[in-house]
Design a protein around this ligand. Structure first.
Ligand SMILES: Nc1nc2c(ncn2[C@@H]2O[C@H](COP(=O)(O)OP(=O)(O)OP(=O)(O)O)[C@@H](O)[C@H]2O)c(=O)[nH]1
Ligand SMILES: [Mg+2]
Length: 682
C-alpha cells in the first residue's frame, strides 16, 4: 500500500471523562466505515479498542488505542483515549500528535472534571475541537442542557451542528443542521427532517449559520444579501473556522445504537484539518525524515512497540534514523498500522500519518528520531506527577529482578508509573496517579511478565528535625591490650532555617590548635551523617541541622578514622536528645471536584483528616474544593471519595511542603515505630 498523502489524513484523539462512551463511539465509526462487520460492545468485551484482558475485566479503557478507517477517500486515524484520571499519560501524549480532538460528553452528566482537563490541554496545543454529546437514549439525558454546559464551561464558541429527534428512550434519530437531513435508528442513509421539528431546526440552523458566517467576511456579505448559502460553502467556512480554532461544532448521538456515526464521520472529514493544512509544532530542524514517538507498548512477545507520527518523510522499513538523545542509530524495520490489537504491515508511512514499529533498541516515549543529527528539542509532554506510592515486593523470593524488569517495561509504556527505592525504608516503591493504576500494573506483572507481587500500604516519608541548639561530647575508647580505639569529639548542633529543604545539612569545622588532626575530622562528619539517617524519634531521616565540630582529642597510637566516626555518631545522638527533636510530615495540596449535594459530606470528611480548607468553587452542579491535607491522612482517599460521591467525585493532589506533626499524632507514630523497631531487633 502506498503512503497516503498528508492532505487526505485526519488525526483525531477521542477524549473525555471516564465512561462517556468514547470506545463505543469509535466502535460505531469503525463499523459504519466497514472496518468491522458487527458492532462490538463493552459489556461483551468485543470492541476493537478495549481488547486487553485487563480492560475487559474492568470494562474501561486503560491505554490509548490506535485505529484507522477510510471515509470519503480520507484516512481517519483515531486514538481512543482512556477517560480515567489514573491513565492520562496516553491521553496527553495522543493530544500531542493530532490536529483534532473529539471531546465526548455524557448526555446525562454533561461537562465533567476530566472533560475540562482534556479541553484545557487541547487548548494549550491549539487543537481543533469537536464535541459529541453521547448517551442521549439514557434517562435524564438532555442535549440542550449539555450544550449550555459546554458553552458555559468549555467555550461559548461551541455551536450545535446536530439536534436529537426525541429524547431519552424515545430518541429516534438526529438532524444534521449543516446538510439539513436526518438519520434515524434502523434506516439506511439520510432521511427527511420530521415536520414536527421544523421550527426548532430553523432556530438552531440560524444559530449555526450566524456563528459560521461571523468567521467569514465573504459569507457574511452574501448572507446579509439574503442569499441561500449552499451547504458546501457553509461547510468550507466551518472547516476554516474549526481549523483556526474559532468554532467548536457540537454533534450528538447514541454510540451503542450506532446513531450519529455517519454524520460524525462526515464532520470529521469536513471539519478537522488535515496535517497538510494544520501541520505539527514539533521541531525536527532541517531533517528530511523524522518521526516523533508518542507511545510505547510493552508487548511480552513482540517486545517494545513504538508508535510514531511522521514529521518529515515518508519513512519506510529501510529508513535508518538517529535518536539525538542517545546518538544511537535505529533502522525502523517493518512498519505497521495498528488496528486495536491487530496490525497490518505497510511499505511506507507519509508525513502526518501514524505508524508503529517493533523492537527499536533504546527509544522511549517522547523521542524525536531524525535522519541526521540536528539539534532538536523534543516536545515536552507535561505528564502528571505520581501522587501515591505503594511498597511492592515479589511473592516468591528471588523474583526481585524479574519484578524490576517487568516494572521497567510497564513504566516505559506509562511514564506516570514510576519505580524507586525508598531511601528511608529500603522498600521498592511503585508510584502512580491512582490506586487503580498501580493495581493494573500488578495485574500486568502477573499476566504479561509472570511474576506475582504484593502491594503494601505506602509508608509516609516522615522526616525529623530539631528546634533548638544543643552541645554534646563523646569519647569512644577501647584500650584493653593490643592496639586500642580512641576518638573524642565535641559538637554543637543548630537548627537551620528552611529546614524543610531536603538537602539542608552542613558540617562546620571549628577545630583550633589541631586538637583533632585534619585527617580525622571528615570521619566525624561521616559518623554524624550516618546517625542522621535514622533519627531517634521515629527512625526517620534528620534534616535541617548544622553540625559544628568545636573540640576533641586524639591519641597518638590508638586513634583511627573508625573511632572518630563512632564518636561523631554517638555525640550526635546525645546532642539530638537535648535539641528538642520534632517529627515532620508531608502536606499535600488537594483538589477535589464533587457533585454539589455531596460537598457537606466531603468537607466534613476532610476535616476529620486534619485537612485545612482553602476554598470552594462551584461550576455547573459540581464544586471544586481546595485544601491542604497531611499525606498520612489521604493514602486511601480514593475509596472514601468513591463511596461519598457514588463514584462521581474526582481528585488530584501534589506535594506542597513538610510541616511539624501535631504532638498527639506524633506520639502515636513514635510509639508505633518504636514497637516495630523492637520487633525487628527481636
Ligand atoms: N445507553 C447508552 N450506553 C452507552 C452509550 N455509549 C456507551 N454506553 C455504555 O457506557 C459504558 C461505557 O462505555 P465506553 O465506550 O467504555 O466508555 P469510554 O468513554 O470509552 O470509557 P473509558 O474509556 O473507560 O473512559 C458501557 O457500558 C457502554 O455500553 C450510549 O450512547 N447509550
Ligand atoms: Mg474507552
Amino acid at each position: 500500500m502506498p503512503a497516503i498523502e498528508p492532505g487526505k489524513i485526519r488525526n483525531i484523539a477521542v477524549v473525555g471523562h471516564r465512561g462517556v462512551g468514547k470506545t463505543s463511539l469509535v466502535e460505531a465509526m469503525l463499523f459504519q466505515a466497514g472496518k468491522t462487520n458487527r458492532l462490538g460492545s463493552i459489556e461483551q468485551g468485543t470492541t476493537v479498542s478495549d481488547w486487553d484482558d485487563d480492560e475487559h475485566r474492568r470494562q474501561m479503557s486503560l491505554s490509548g488505542t490506535l485505529e484507522h478507517l477510510e471515509w470519503h477517500e480520507r484516512k481517519i486515524n483515531l486514538i481512543d483515549c482512556p477517560g480515567d484520571a489514573g491513565f492520562q499519560a496516553d491521553t496527553f501524549a495522543a493530544l500531542r500528535v493530532v490536529e483534532g480532538a473529539l471531546v465526548v460528553l455524557s448526555g446525562v452528566m454533561g461537562v465533567e472534571v476530566n472533560s475540562t482537563r482534556v479541553w484545557a490541554r487541547a487548548e494549550e496545543y491549539e487543537l481543533s475541537r469537536l464535541v459529541f454529546v453521547n448517551m442521549l437514549d439514557r434517562e435524564r439525558a438532555d442535549f440542550f442542557r449539555v450544550l449550555d454546559a459546554a458553552r458555559s464551561q468549555l467555550s461559548d464558541r461551541c455551536v450545535a451542528i446536530q439536534l436529537p429527534i426525541g429524547s431519552e428512550h424515545e430518541l429516534s434519530g438526529i438532524v444534521d443542521l449543516l446538510h439539513m437531513s436526518a438519520y434515524t435508528v434502523g434506516a439506511d442513509g439520510p432521511q427527511p427532517i420530521p415536520d414536527s421539528m421544523a421550527a426548532q431546526v430553523q432556530e438552531y440552523r440560524e444559530k449555526l449559520l450566524d456563528a459560521v458566517v461571523e468567521t467569514s467576511e465573504d459569507l457574511m456579505a452574501r448572507y446579509l444579501d439574503g442569499e441561500e448559502l449552499p451547504a458546501e460553502d457553509v461547510a468550507a467556512a466551518l472547516k476554516g473556522a474549526v481549523t483556526r480554532d474559532e468554532l467548536y461544532p457540537v454533534a450528538c448521538g447514541v454510540a451503542t445504537k450506532n446513531l450519529g456515526a455517519t454524520a460524525l464521520l462526515d464532520l470529521l472529514v469536513e471539519g478537522v484539518p488535515s496535517p497538510a493544512r494544520k501541520g505539527t509544532t514539533i521541531e525536527f530542524g532541517d531533517a528530511k525524515q523524522a518521526v516523533f514517538v508518542f507511545k510505547t507498548i510493552a508487548d511480552p512477545f513482540a517486545g517494545r512497540i513504538s508508535c510514531f507520527r511522521v514529521l518529515a518523510g515518508p519513512v519506510t522499513g529501510d529508513t535508518t534514523l538517529v535518536d539525538p538523545r542517545t546518538h544511537a542509530k535505529e533502522r525502523l524495520g517493518q512498519i505497521l498500522l495498528l488496528q486495536g490489537k491487530d496490525n497490518e504491515p505497510v511499505d511506507a508511512v507519509a508525513v502526518g500519518d501514524l505508524g508503529a514499529v517493533a523492537k527499536l533498541k533504546d527509544v522511549v516515549t517522547g523521542d524525536v528520531l531524525v535522519d541526521h543529527e540536528v539539534p532538536v528539542e523534543p516536545p515536552h509532554i507535561d505528564f502528571p506527577q505520581p501522587v501515591m506510592s505503594f511498597a511492592i515486593s515479589p511473592k516468591a523470593k528471588g523474583d526481585e529482578e524479574k519484578m524490576a524488569a517487568g516494572l521497567r517495561r510497564l513504566s516505559e509504556e506509562d511514564p506516570t508509573l514510576q519505580m524507586r527505592r525508598d531511601p528511608q525504608t529500603g522498600e521498592q516503591l511503585l508510584s502512580g496517579l491512582s490506586q487503580m493504576q498501580v493495581e493494573v500494573a500488578v495485574d500486568r506483572l502477573h499476566g504479561r511478565f509472570h511474576v506475582d507481587v504484593e502491594l503494601h500500604p505506602p509508608r509516609v516519608p516522615y522526616k525529623e528535625t530539631i528546634r533548638k541548639e544543643a552541645r554534646a561530647r563523646h569519647r569512644y575508647k577501647k584500650q584493653t591490650g593490643g592496639r586500642g580505639q580512641f576518638g573524642d569529639c565535641e559538637i554543637v548542633i543548630t537548627p537551620m532555617e528552611e529546614a524543610d529543604d531536603a538537602t539542608t545539612y552542613e558540617f562546620v569545622d571549628k577545630i583550633v590548635g589541631g586538637v583533632i588532626s585534619q585527617g580525622y575530622r571528615p570521619a566525624v562528619d561521616k559518623g554524624v551523617r550516618e546517625a542522621m539517617e535514622h533519627g531517634d524519634l521515629a527512625g526517620a531521616p534528620v534534616y535541617g541541622v548544622r553540625v559544628t565540630l568545636v573540640d576533641g582529642m586524639e591519641h597518638a597510637v590508638d586513634s583511627s578514622e573508625m573511632a572518630f566516626k563512632i564518636a561523631g555518631s554517638l555525640a550526635f545522638k546525645d546532642a539530638y536528645q537535648k535539641a528538642d527533636p520534632v517529627l515532620l510530615e508531608p502536606i499535600m495540596e488537594l483538589e477535589v471536584t464533587v457533585p454539589d449535594d455531596t460537598v457537606g459530606a466531603v468537607n466534613g470528611d476532610l476535616n476529620s483528616r486534619r485537612g485545612r480548607l482553602h476554598g470552594m468553587e462551584p461550576v455547573g452542579g459540581m464544586t471544586t474544593i481546595r485544601a491542604e491535607v497531611p499525606m498520612a491522612e489521604i493514602l486511601t482517599y480514593n475509596q472514601a471519595l468513591t463511596s461519598m460521591t457514588g463514584g462521581r467525585g474526582d481528585y488530584h493532589m501534589a506535594f506542597l511542603r513538610y510541616d511539624e506533626v501535631p504532638t498527639h499524632v506524633a506520639q502515636k507514630i513514635i510509639e508505633t515505630t518504636k514497637k516495630e523497631r523492637e520487633a525487628a531487633k527481636a
